[in-house]
Design a protein around this ligand. Structure first.
Ligand code: TYD
Ligand code: MG
Length: 452
């Protein structure tokens, strides 16, 4: 029996210490350092029996590096492909994080069933029967997806060796454990060890591995922060559980942009890709209601029309309430101050509530003008024509500022049948749209005089 070796790990950031201390010097958190047993035997990690598959790395001149083999694997899910930057890169490690019950297992099982590649779905959380039942709900015919219920990495590698899959999916990294480490599954040292073994496997065989990771209550992927540094791509699956929509975004991507969004709708038969999100984000109603305005925003490369709703009412209690859902509350206060000072609206004694429909969080500054318009509309109790939309930032002196890629926004608005789009006078627009009217505004007073 080898000597038991222990080390202290910070459960928050994964830093390693030789003795206990109250505060982690790396992340400054208190009481997060825990002793974990790591019993090292002579370590062989995972090993393929045929040594021919092991590549020995040699230095190469950059122009001699062959990139043709890096052709990406198509997931047959256009949203997933886009967020990844065009498919799965061979040999990459992808971490998918999200709250329990959000649909991580459903998403990956669905992707596994759709792909033409031989996929191994390893579950440490559900039985093969449960997974089969889920697959039946998704209604997908696949003959190339294998399900394995196992948590020990050494056994998983044995099965991989026999099956030789093209893609491996692990549900979830917190349930795995390796024989080389004695501490329990889900502990920092276990997660680190299992991920290291998987990375080694992925890089040596060029087989991509997708890991599911649980999220702690403060929104971080449970386990060391270094897990996020170890993998190539970190995806986040989010959305309010009461909303029907689920949003997939990349927090980190070594092989693509992190601006892209994938939108899904959870249905009785799995997740449906929402390929035209603007249509669902704008409520289809016949009558015009006050307090509603549509913003032409961009999420990554994709234009997104979003409805903003405001409610302005006389404050019942002394201090007026200001609350915003899906929009930065400080920014809302700033816009209210601008309206008050530059356009002479008395909003000081009013409650203001703002809501971005669809449960989406927007940080594109181009939404400002729509926020201002919806507040004006609710304050005056006057509905805006429902085929108006807005795309501009509002500055502190009440000036309407230009936004990036305005032409793309105009084209999207035109495609969705809007009659007028309000943009900044300072935006350079070279395109000549045929149907939509481009209303140029330079100050907030201009907007007020047109709308009110
Ligand atoms: P799941 O994939 O188990 O979530 P996670 O792995 O992130 O914990 O998702 C479970 C939820 O999705 C559950 O509440 C049921 C719902 N669901 C549907 O609405 N339709 C379906 O077709 C499936 C398979 C699940
Ligand atoms: Mg799950």
């Amino acid at each position: 029996m080898a000597k038991v070796k222990t080390t202290f790990f910070c459960q928050n950031c994964g830093s390693q210490y030789s003795k206990w201390q109250g505060q982690c010097t790396a992340c400054k958190e208190w009481n997060t350092i825990v002793e974990e047993v790591i019993q090292k035997e002579e370590k062989t990690d995972w090993k393929l029996s045929s040594s021919s598959t092991k590549r020995v790395s040699k230095p190469l001149r950059i122009q001699d590096i062959d990139t043709s083999k890096e052709a990406r694997l198509d997931t047959f899910d256009s949203e997933f492909n886009r967020v990844l930057g065009g498919g799965i890169v061979p040999g990459s490690l992808i971490l998918l994080g999200g709250e329990p019950g959000i649909g991580k297992s459903t998403l990956l099982l669905q992707v596994a069933l759709k792909m033409i590649y031989k996929t191994l779905y390893v579950s440490g959380e559900e039985s093969q029967k449960q997974i089969k039942m889920r697959a039946e709900r998704i209604h997908s015919e696949s003959t190339n997806c294998y399900i394995l219920t196992e948590t020990k990495t050494q056994n998983i590698f044995k099965q991989i060796e026999a099956l030789e899959p093209d893609i491996v999916i692990i549900d979830s990294i917190q349930t795995l454990h390796s024989d080389y480490i004695e501490s329990s599954s889900g502990s920092i040292s276990q997660i680190k060890e299992c991920t290291t073994e998987l990375i080694k496997f992925a890089k040596e065989t060029a087989t991509p591995v997708i890991l599911i990771g649980h999220i702690t209550k403060d929104g971080n992927i449970a386990g060391p922060k270094i897990l996020e540094h170890m993998v190539d791509t970190v995806l986040q699956f989010e959305g309010d559980r009461n909303h029907v929509f689920r949003i997939l975004r990349a927090n980190k991507n070594r092989f693509g942009s992190t601006n892209e969004l994938g939108i899904y709708e959870m249905q009785g038969s799995g997740l449906r890709e929402v390929s035209n999100p603007s249509e669902i984000l704008i409520s289809k109603k016949d009558e015009e209601l006050s307090g509603n305005a549509v913003a032409a925003t961009l999420e990554g490369m994709r234009p997104l029309m979003i409805e903003v709703q405001a409610l302005v009412s006389t404050a019942v209690y002394g201090t007026p309430q200001r609350s915003a859902t899906g929009f930065n509350a400080k920014r809302l206060n700033m816009l209210l101050a601008v309206l008050e000072k530059r356009a002479g609206f008395r909003l000081g004694a009013k409650d203001v509530f703002l809501n971005i429909t669809g449960g989406i969080n927007v940080d594109d500054p181009a939404i400002d003008l729509a926020v201002v318009a919806s507040i004006l509309s609710s304050n005056e109790d006057m509905a805006l024509p429902k085929d108006y939309c807005f795309a501009a930032e509002v500055g502190l002196s009440g000036e309407i500022r230009p936004v990036q890629r305005v032409e793309q926004r105009i084209l999207e608005a035109e495609k969705l049948g809007f009659s007028t789009i309000f943009v900044s006078k300072y935006n350079k627009i070279s395109l000549k749209p045929t149907v939509i009217k481009i209303q140029l505004v330079s100050k907030i007073e201009d907007l007020v005089s047109i709308l009110v």
